[in-house]
Design a protein around this ligand. Structure first.
Ligand SMILES: [Zn+2]
Length: 131
């Protein structure tokens, strides 16, 4: 499943950034996902839940921002809204549309926890000991 692979690469980015900032935990992750990126949001959320276990992003809040798709219609010679890759031009009905926006998925923002949070760390260890 392609969302699992995506979740894995998001985890890699999170761990890399967290490590580069003194092994701080990541509290919030903001993802931008284009309508044309062919990402199933619920599958991605599930994938992240699994992938972020035992990572710096465990228990992080995941915010997903949907980016509207659009494309260049050859017949109209203009940019039109494109909710799916196989959608027709809303103006002329043509299928000859070149996607121009909404095809990407990226990590827009990572919010790191404050440096000194020993209390929270202890709590986290305790919790995992009981599992
Ligand atoms: Zn058109």
């Amino acid at each position: 499943m392609h969302e699992m692979a995506l979740a894995g690469s998001i985890r890699d980015i999170i761990d890399e950034v967290a490590h580069a900032h003194g092994d701080r935990r990541v509290e919030r992750v903001v993802l931008e996902i284009g309508e044309l990126a062919a990402v199933e949001i619920s599958a991605l959320r599930f994938g992240l839940e699994v992938a972020l276990k035992d990572s710096f992003g465990e228990n992080a809040i995941i915010d997903i921002i949907a980016v509207a798709g659009s494309g260049w219609c050859m017949r109209c010679a203009t940019t039109v809204a494109l909710p799916r890759r196989d959608a027709a031009c809303p103006q002329c009905g043509s299928y000859q549309i070149q996607p121009t926006a909404g095809t990407e998925m990226r990590v827009k923002e990572l919010m790191l926890a404050a440096v000194n949070e020993a209390a929270v760390d202890d709590e986290a260890h305790e919790r995992s000991d009981h599992v």
